[in-house]
Design a protein around this ligand. Structure first.
Ligand SMILES: Cc1ncc(COP(=O)(O)O)c(C=O)c1O
Length: 419
């Protein structure tokens, strides 16, 4: 099984031996029965296969984890209750009190606030944010306490694309892992293998695909060697978990996440959400391609409209990230674009209020088309200076183009622009 179209339907499912159910069963159970005390002890100490408790592992969630591992060509995946839970766990899997992160400044607003406000407050973990294309600033920001370079594939809402080769080379020079939030690059858009060591997804977007469920995951690509004095948490035995040395494991981060962060922080995914996400994944490649094709048609329409001031969509030839998009993005640049209406903030608000097919809400990559004003919603916790650095001007409007007929979407946009 080597093609995404097949993997998204089959990977990770081993049909149930008792019922032979074709669909992945929803195992809504907290816990699992053992035949005898010896089996219970064996499952708990890991010497026998089996499940202990659904906060830590669950068969439905496990199928989803294996499917995502196969989709990302990684070593192991741990699912979480949300994308933010996955981001938080990934950061704590490598950072302890006093550690440091180097991140690009154009991150999802929730991740930015976690790094700029909450991690310093709770754990004295600090982040230096650097302009996404300033590799020299990224290099200057690296310190002995730095534990990762953190980026996103297609940044939102400015739709910029990092220099993956340059950042990989920098990470290798300093012995640091690249942690990538690949939510907007969900395969078949971007192949993270080779560029990132740890891949995060909000599964609430392309993976579920229908705006029905919140979820997240961390994929350990199994590519980073943690036998390095920077990563004592990975090279020191874990006394609560059989003195395992995580750096010696084939998937060190995933093993630590399972043993410590899912077990102790407890932000596990519900089996029902795992089932909904699996339903979404079955049509992933078809939906993503349609999102990309529709979005390019809409971007070209907006670019040509006299009432539009600018459009950010890297598949447009004039876009500053066009060359990178061509180099790194396979299926297209995804569903999401942003633009400014001539007339600024007030004209933009009027435009949003005159749309009919687009839903005004805070999500992306739903089957249905969506619109939002980031500065007053998704990025509303940022200061004006942080907004400027994140590339979010007050008038910016973000669209997520769905799977509708593109002519209907363009007709709706045209009517609203001309209202
Ligand atoms: C790039 C990115 N990462 C993470 C998240 C957080 O995901 P969730 O909403 O599933 O917690 C989002 C949410 O919009 C996102 O856009």
């Amino acid at each position: 099984m080597s093609h995404l179209d097949t993997i998204q339907l089959h990977a990770g499912q081993h049909p149930d031996r008792e019922t032979h159910s074709r669909a992945v069963p929803i195992y809504m159970t907290t816990s699992y029965c053992y035949d005898d005390a010896a089996m219970a002890a064996g499952v708990f100490d890991g010497s026998m296969p089996g499940y202990t408790y659904s906060r830590i592992e669950n068969p439905t969630v496990h199928t989803l984890e294996e499917r995502i591992t196969a989709i990302e060509e990684g070593a192991a995946t741990v699912a979480f209750s949300s994308g933010m839970a996955a981001v938080t766990a990934a950061l704590y899997s490598l950072c302890s009190c006093g550690d440091h992160i180097v991140a690009i400044s154009t991150l999802y607003g929730g991740t930015h606030t976690l790094m700029s406000a909450r991690l310093p407050q709770l754990s004295n973990i600090t982040t230096t944010f650097v302009a996404p294309d300033d590799l020299a600033a990224m290099e200057n920001a690296i310190r002995p306490e730095t534990r990762m370079l953190y980026l996103e594939t297609i940044c939102n809402p400015n739709i910029n694309i990092p220099d993956f080769d340059g950042i990989r080379a920098l990470a290798d020079k300093y012995g640091l892992p690249v942690v990538l939030d690949n939510t907007f690059g969900m395969p078949p858009i971007f192949r993270a293998k080779g560029y990132a060591d740890i891949v995060i997804h909000s599964l609430s977007k392309y993976a579920g695909g229908h705006g029905t469920s919140i979820g997240g995951c961390v994929v350990d690509m199994g590519t980073f060697d943690f036998h390095n004095p920077r990563f004592q948490v990975m090279t020191t035995p874990d006394p609560q978990n059989g003195n395992v040395i995580y750096a010696d494991q084939p998937a060190p981060v995933a093993t630590r996440l399972r043993n410590q962060l899912i077990r102790e922080f407890g932000a596990c995914m519900s089996p029902f959400n795992a089932f909904l996400t699996l339903q979404g994944l079955e049509s992933l490649s078809l939906r993503v391609q349609r999102h990309c094709d529709n979005a390019l048609k809409v971007a070209k329409f907006l670019e040509s409209h006299p009432n539009v001031a600018y459009v950010h969509y890297p598949m447009l030839e004039k876009d500053p990230y066009h060359d990178r998009a061509k180099k790194y993005l396979k299926a297209g640049a995804g569903a999401v674009m942003s633009f400014g209406v001539k007339g600024g903030l007030e004209a933009g608000r009027k435009f949003i209020d005159n749309l009919h097919l687009f839903s005004l809400l805070a999500n992306v990559a739903d089957a249905k088309s969506l619109v939002i004003h980031p500065a007053s919603t998704t990025h509303g916790q940022m200061t004006p200076e942080e907004l400027r650095k994140a590339g979010v001007p007050p008038e910016l409007i973000r669209l997520s183009i769905g799977l509708e007929d593109p002519d209907d979407l363009i007709a709706d946009l045209k009517a609203a622009l001309e209202a």
